[in-house]
Ligand binder design. Structure first.
Ligand SMILES: Cc1ncc(COP(=O)(O)O)c(C=O)c1O
Length: 376
């Protein structure tokens, strides 16, 4: 059987032409394309401002730094995410405090958060897992009661909507990833959205060493001396990355409807198989459909994962819980049993191919293969 890739991007000739235009121009780094991307991305998400960076990991780290979060502070987050979420907290010297997830969605369980708040807590860092938003109204209300920041990890959730709220609407910032497999991609990249112009101005400096002038100011206009106002990072999005993103924004909703159709085909295909469970999708929300995951019997997961790959289908595991990674176990003494809902998902989950270019015969082959391999 021909291989069914886990992921294939949807970049087009228009994207390639935009990159060629940048290559033929003078200016490869942060400049006019970055600005166009930021304007388009802010408009799409409904946020007042977007700032392009090199990764979501850096977007999270900069957000924490922006609000002065560092050594001695605690940040409440979820163990059911990619390690980048907790690593950003580690990177600023703060302590990640994990709260278990809802068993039905895998998102952080808002009802458990208040019990984890201490005098050291400075922020909540929720993750909109797989593209389905957390209960942002509940999270914002808790944060306001306790004077905390909310930094959204929206790496999976460019298109998401819940209770009429988009990522970045209630959070102090929302952070996005344009990593190779994401719904919007330039290979590697990220963005921060926010609504406060002062915060936006801080990010523009902070992504480039805290410098008072940007590269475009220094080279396109007449040279002017710059100062370093504070200690920042080097994570500014270049014109080359932005060129790949600009046109993709226009096609996001169309591609989401294709993803939605594939997800529904999988749902129907697996509905009769009681050995395949899936996370619940809230009806009054728009799921960004970044990842389609199933849950199988934990004791059979790894064998099933291998058998699906042997059948020529690309798969992934999103995610093994962060608290059980060696670094976190060693540093904080985390053990199995501490966050059972996240652990169940980590033991049971398999991610299937989900992307607009997945063909009908491939969708059918995935369903057929899963039905054959996942049995009682
Ligand atoms: C939930 C989540 N947060 C953060 C990241 C980090 O994104 P990046 O690779 O852009 O740093 C990822 C990447 O896959 C992710 O899945």
């Amino acid at each position: 059987m021909k291989r069914i890739e886990f992921y294939r991007h949807s970049l087009t000739d228009a994207d390639a032409r935009e990159v060629m235009d940048v290559i033929r121009s003078l200016f490869l780094t942060t400049g006019d394309r970055t600005k166009r991307f930021e304007e388009g991305f802010a408009a799409y998400t409904g946020a007042a401002h977007a700032v392009g960076v090199m990764s979501c990991t850096h977007a999270l780290e900069l957000s924490l730094r922006c609000f002065g979060i560092g050594s001695g502070d605690e940040v409440i987050t979820t163990p059911m995410s990619f390690i980048a979420t907790a690593n950003a907290i580690e990177a600023v010297g703060a302590t990640p405090i994990f709260v278990d997830v809802e068993p039905s969605t895998g998102n952080i369980d808002a009802t458990r958060i208040e019990a984890a708040i201490t005098p050291h807590t400075k922020a909540i860092l929720p993750v909109h897992l797989y593209g389905q938003m957390c209960d942002m109204k509940a999270l914002r209300a808790i944060a306001d009661r306790h004077h905390l920041r909310v930094i959204e990890d929206a790496a999976h959730c460019v298109e998401g909507l819940r209770d009429g709220i988009r990522p970045g609407a209630l959070g102090d910032t929302a952070c996005f990833s344009f990593y190779a497999t994401k719904n919007l991609t330039c290979g590697e990249g990220g963005a921060i959205v926010c609504n406060d112009p002062g915060v936006r101005d801080w990010f523009v400096k902070a992504r480039q060493h805290g410098m008072s002038k940007q590269a475009a100011d220094r080279y396109v206009k007449r040279y002017e001396h710059y100062d370093m106002e504070f200690f920042g990072m080097k994570t500014n999005m270049s014109n080359l990355q932005a060129a790949l993103l600009i046109h993709q924004i226009n096609g996001l909703d169309e591609r989401l409807s294709l993803r939605e159709r594939i997800a529904r085909r999988y749902d129907e295909g697996f509905a009769q198989n009681s050995m395949i469970q899936t996370p619940s999708v809230l009806s009054e929300s728009r799921h960004a459909r970044h990842l389609y995951t199933i849950w199988v019997a934990p004791e059979k997961r790894d064998a099933t994962l291998g058998a699906i790959q042997d059948a020529g289908i690309g798969v992934a595991v999103n995610f093994r819980p962060i608290h059980l990674m060696k670094y976190y176990r060693d540093k904080y003494g985390f053990r199995r049993g501490m966050f059972p809902n996240a652990e169940f998902i980590g033991d049971a989950t398999i991610t299937l191919p989900l992307y607009p270019l997945l063909r009908e015969d491939e969708i059918e082959a995935v369903i057929r293969t899963l039905k054959r391999l996942v049995t009682a």
